[in-house]
Write a protein that binds this ligand. Structure first.
Ligand SMILES: Nc1ncnc2c1ncn2[C@@H]1O[C@H](COP(=O)(O)OP(=O)(O)O)[C@@H](O)[C@H]1O
Ligand SMILES: [Mg+2]
Length: 263
């Protein structure tokens, strides 16, 4: 059975689609069979990213490992949407090692359902208390966490469903994304609040990607940091080398089954 990785956060712009693309492509480049689904049916950034990749590779005559993207199957509009995701996952389950699922930045039924299917849940989070607010409420005077909030409660619900069904617990990883070189004070405060919260509601914290312009430039060609060398870029600049290392560290930190990080 495929290991399901869901990337979710009910907040737009936290880096879900970018993380999805990099994680899925990194796995494909490690020789894994990777299926990809995009539940952001409106924006479809992950789906578009992978379409761009296919088009660019074909046009450039390159053959690089690429996740296998599928649209959700059509369904009778009157019928419940639930079975679309189940059918999509079922269709790939036996032939893929990993299925990577991108979620929209808002609460939807499909996204909620995907969370109950997650073996690994990755939540990219901007270093901002505006984004943190979806995970937990913070006491403004002390900075202490007062209790979980909407997104954390949704994940809690998904964990309950899995427990009832006898499935293994979700390994939930909050990834601090788009870290800036400045704003040390804010970075420390968000970091401390995350530490506090991680113990209380059960997630691991990993560093993700620093804020780097390269992430915005790769989308039209459907490339990731790992592909640059194969597309004729001889010398990666320092920022790109550092970003690639951040991705390697993330892949290692995810502790996915049967994976030795070497790419
Ligand atoms: N580490 C990063 N550095 C710079 N820009 C980033 C980074 N991560 C994401 N972005 C950019 O931020 C925007 C939102 O990212 P995206 O992955 O689409 O987020 P989400 O899917 O959570 O809405 C995009 O323009 C993307 O290129
Ligand atoms: Mg997105």
């Amino acid at each position: 059975m495929a290991h399901i990785i869901v990337v979710g956060n009910e907040k737009g712009g936290s880096g879900k689609s970018t993380t999805c693309m990099h994680v899925a492509t990194a796995l494909a480049r490690m020789g894994k069979r990777v299926g990809a689904l995009d539940l952001d049916l409106r924006q479809r950034s992950f789906g578009r990213y992978l379409e761009n990749r296919r088009a660019y590779l074909a046009q450039a005559g390159l053959d690089l490992p690429t996740p296998d993207y599928h649209d959700l199957p059509d369904t009778d509009p009157a019928a419940a949407q639930d079975d679309r995701l189940a059918r999509a996952v079922e269709a790939m389950d036996a032939t893929k090692d990993f299925i990577v699922i991108d979620c929209p930045g808002s609460h939807t039924r499909l996204s909620q359902l995907a969370h109950t299917m997650a073996d690994t849940l990755i939540t990219p989070l901007n270093d901002s208390f505006v984004d943190f607010d979806l995970l937990a409420r913070v006491d403004p005077a002390t900075g202490r966490v007062k209790g979980p909030s909407i997104y954390a409660e949704m994940v809690w619900g998904a964990r309950q469903v899995r427990a009832q069904e006898g499935l293994k617990p979700i390994d939930w990883i909050v990834v601090r994304n788009r870290l800036g070189a400045q704003q040390m004070h804010n970075k420390k405060k968000v970091g401390a609040a995350l530490e506090d919260l991680s113990r209380r509601i059960g997630f691991r914290v990993l560093p993700g990607f620093s804020e780097r312009v390269i992430f915005r430039e790769l989308f039209p060609r459907g490339l990731t940091l790992l592909d640059l060398k194969d597309t004729g870029v001889d010398q990666l600049n320092l920022s790109n080398v550092a970003a690639r290392q951040e991705l390697r560290d993330l892949m290692g930190g995810l502790k996915l089954p049967s994976l030795t990080v070497g790419f």
